[in-house]
Design a protein around this ligand. Structure first.
Ligand SMILES: [Zn+2]
Ligand SMILES: [Zn+2]
Length: 282
């Protein structure tokens, strides 16, 4: 198993990425949940363009992937699970759940710290909500996330299988829960007991700060419920709500180049959490 992962990590990850992209992309075209307000072609060009830039940058900056780091940590016998000596599958499952909690906390931090919010703002500035919104993150946010993930893998001693599973699940779930498609409400309620659904995460992309500052989870829906950041529905409904941020409403200023320089323009201090409630009327 470990040998297989080591040899085929890139193929496994790319295969799942394109598989989910194709599947959700097709469902969105056949049965969209909300009509798009801006050109799909230019949004997809920007959102997928930024993914390519981040992928290249990760390769240049880091000498190894998160999965390769997990192999190395295992050899050194570092980290909690290499010391505890739990059954292999228990360590795999617990590592995936722990990594998901860490990524939840990281997301809260990116909303709470002004400089980090400037980077994360780009994810929220998208004026529409579809599967490509889910993979649209500023390259510097991606680099910081990777440093945090590296630290988590070393401390947890996460098995390589857990890391590859987590990366594939996170990538797939990000496209799933940003999907512009309809899940019957009864099914959504059941799914939400465990995972983040499109209707749950869409609340996080509302222009109202009190809604932006809720539903931070990516995979499991438990963290928002446990930490008190859960909000069931947008107050104006899924058809009536506005997606994006109040300060970025001009589609011509949201091209790929603009997305990259977005964190570096404007006054410092426009961040998410301390404005909770303050702009909800607007
Ligand atoms: Zn966010
Ligand atoms: Zn999102």
């Amino acid at each position: 198993m470990t040998e297989f992962i080591n040899l085929h990590e890139a193929t496994i990850r790319l295969g799942f990425f394109f598989g989910v992209l194709l599947l959700i992309g097709l469902i969105e075209i056949l049965a969209p949940r909300r009509p798009l307000t801006t050109s799909k072609v230019s949004r997809w060009f920007g959102n997928l363009g930024v993914v390519v830039i981040s992928t290249v940058l990760l390769r240049i900056v880091f000498p190894l992937t998160a999965v390769q780091l997990a192999f190395w940590v295992d050899q050194k016998e570092w980290g909690m699970f290499n010391v505890l000596d739990l059954p292999y599958w228990t360590a795999v499952l617990a590592s995936v759940i722990l990594l998901d909690f860490i990524i939840y906390l990281q997301h809260v931090m990116f909303h709470a710290v002004p400089t980090l919010w400037r980077l994360h703002m780009m994810h929220h500035a998208d004026l529409d909500y579809d599967l490509t919104t889910g993979i649209r993150f500023h390259p510097i946010e991606i680099l910081i996330s990777m440093v945090i993930k590296f630290g988590a893998i070393i401390v947890i001693g996460a098995p390589a299988l857990a890391v590859v599973l987590f990366e594939v699940i996170l990538n797939g779930m990000a496209m799933f829960n940003h999907g512009n498609f309809y899940i019957p409400l009864g099914l959504d309620r059941v799914l939400r007991l465990f995972v983040v659904t499109p209707d749950m995460h869409r609340v996080h992309h509302s222009v109202f700060p009190s809604e932006t500052n809720s539903n931070y989870g990516f995979n499991l829906s438990w963290w928002d419920r446990l930490m008190g950041t859960y909000r069931a529905q947008p107050r104006l409904g899924h058809d009536g709500m506005t997606i994006g941020l109040n300060q970025f409403r001009n589609p011509s200023k949201l091209t790929l180049l603009w997305m990259l320089i977005l964190p570096f323009v404007g006054k410092q201090g426009t961040y998410a959490i301390n404005r909770r409630g303050a702009q909800d009327e607007g």
